[in-house]
Ligand binder design. Structure first.
Ligand SMILES: [Zn+2]
Length: 101
């Protein structure tokens, strides 16, 4: 099998696809509108769909922050709402009781 995930990022073809994606998205993050630190995200990860690596329909422009969130979500690292609620409930229980005056 060919296309290793990483190698596409150093190709000329990716440089071009990335530029086209950014231009299409008007050089702004599609999530928050930021124009700083723009990166191009694959909707379907390259390792899952290498044939879509340069397909503009599979690309969207994100700032680095949004990209990180997106990537973490993909990797299942972001806790879902239920888990977050559970954690804060636990934190609440662990908090020492306020002293009565
Ligand atoms: Zn953003």
């Amino acid at each position: 099998m060919g296309v290793a995930g990483r190698s596409i990022y150093s190709s000329k073809r990716w440089e071009r696809a990335r530029f086209l994606a950014k231009r299409r998205d008007k050089f702004a993050c599609v999530q928050c509108g930021s124009r700083n630190k723009l990166e191009v995200h694959h909707l379907r990860p390259v390792r899952a769909a290498p044939e879509l690596a340069f397909d503009l329909r599979n690309l969207k422009t994100l700032c680095r922050d949004c990209h990180e969130v997106e990537t973490n979500r993909e990797l299942g690292r972001v806790p879902d709402a239920a888990q977050t609620a559970w954690k804060s409930a636990v934190a609440e229980l662990a908090r020492p009781h306020r002293k009565e005056k």
